[in-house]
Write a protein that binds this ligand. Structure first.
Ligand SMILES: [Zn+2]
Length: 260
């Protein structure tokens, strides 16, 4: 006798495996950003769209438990729909989920958003100065990083739409007196872009103390944003950031999402 599993059961198992994999990568992103010092007091969050659905994985409100994000695990990740309704997970989603969701709604190219409070990038918003594409890692932020002149939490759909309008089709946004939002077409790329934004802000700040800030040339920006150089921009540095994960040594080999 042959056992036939219903096709939909197989599809369900595949989906569950895929979502678990995403949750692991997302939890890891929180640990890496924490270890990299990107969010003082370890406050911030990362989201990821579940492919082919209108559901999004995002951090639960574990800050309310007094936890550090250095220990973020899969159980700390919850599921919401694109409107922000809490669907699954042991703890309610972060209030600022609307920052992530409104950007994702408007931008099919964005599958992951980081919200963080890095010191230098945030300082540019406080001063009302746009971060320019400078240095090795700045090209992806051309022509400049917009600033949202609104200093409260992005905890309603309406406020999320303000952020969406301010970021436009850009990769990053500075929220005045608050922090940043950074987009990616994967969890890992959103993390890399967040570190790159803070590095770019630091370089801009130091260069401005020394003299006139000169942006990367348009030709170089174009070159970094296309083809192999764009691929290299992200893929060649992931291993560096991955090693920041305090859980990294548990597995010998790296690669996107291979580590739980
Ligand atoms: Zn915030």
């Amino acid at each position: 006798m042959t056992l036939h599993r219903p096709i939909h059961a197989d599809a369900k198992t595949t989906m569950e495996t895929e979502v678990l994999h995403l949750r692991r990568r997302l939890a890891k992103a929180h640990r890496i950003l924490t270890a990299g010092g990107i969010w003082p007091l370890t406050k911030g969050h990362v989201s990821a769209r579940i492919p082919g659905t209108d559901k999004v994985l995002i951090l639960g409100h574990i800050h309310s438990e007094g936890r550090s994000l250095i220990d973020t695990d899969v159980d700390d990740i919850v599921t919401v729909d694109i409107e922000g309704n809490w669907l699954e997970g042991r703890i309610e989603p972060v209030d600022e989920r609307f920052l992530h969701l409104e950007i994702m709604k408007a931008r099919p190219d964005v599958t992951s958003v980081v919200h963080a409070h890095p010191t230098y990038a945030t300082a540019f918003g406080i001063a009302g100065v746009n971060i320019l594409p400078v240095g090795n890692r700045g090209a992806i932020f051309a022509p400049e990083v917009p600033i949202l002149d609104f200093d409260r939490q992005i905890d309603t759909p309406e406020r999320g739409r303000m952020a969406r309008d301010a970021i436009g089709d850009g990769l990053a946004l500075v929220l005045k007196n608050h922090g940043v939002a950074v987009c990616g077409d994967s969890i890992e790329n959103a993390v890399i872009a967040t570190f790159s934004l803070e590095e770019t802000a630091q370089l801009h700040w130091i260069a401005a103390r020394l003299g006139t800030v000169q942006k990367i040339s348009t030709g170089e920006v174009r070159s970094v944003l296309t083809g192999a150089r764009k691929e290299e921009f992200y893929s060649h540095v992931w291993g560096h950031y991955e090693r920041l994960d305090p859980w990294h040594s548990a597995t010998p080999s790296g690669g996107h999402g291979s580590h739980s």
